[in-house]
Design a protein around this ligand. Structure first.
Ligand SMILES: [Zn+2]
Length: 111
């Protein structure tokens, strides 16, 4: 997976870094979780109406982000959790007031 390159100063200000692979309808998110950079990827299905984003709580163009994570030691066992989040992760990250919801999302995926 290839991440866009951003200057360090910009990364520091961002709550999370997210980008879309529109061809494959996928979204990738990298966030600091428990002091570690954690990557989450999943399918992203844009919806035609605006909606409230689960991460930043703005009324924005959203899509259903269905993240999956492999359970440790068992590659057949996938957990998937869906959330409606902004299509534009850069704008979303700028709007996020608190990382609580993002943290909760990652925690749930990793549990
Ligand atoms: Zn958002």
């Amino acid at each position: 997976m290839k991440a866009p390159t951003l200057p360090d100063t910009k990364m520091e200000r961002l709550v999370f870094l997210g980008w879309n692979d529109t061809g494959a309808q996928k979204k990738f998110i990298i966030a600091k979780h428990d002091g570690q950079l954690t990557g989450v990827q999943g399918s992203f299905t844009p919806v035609s109406k605006k909606g409230i984003c689960a991460f930043c709580h703005q009324n924005e163009r959203v899509g259903l982000f269905k993240a999956d994570i492999k359970a440790k030691g068992n590659t057949d066992n996938f957990r998937a959790i869906g959330q409606y989040i902004c299509a534009d992760s850069l704008a979303c990250s700028a709007h996020v007031q608190s990382t609580d919801r993002l943290d909760a999302f990652i925690r749930e995926l990793k549990s």
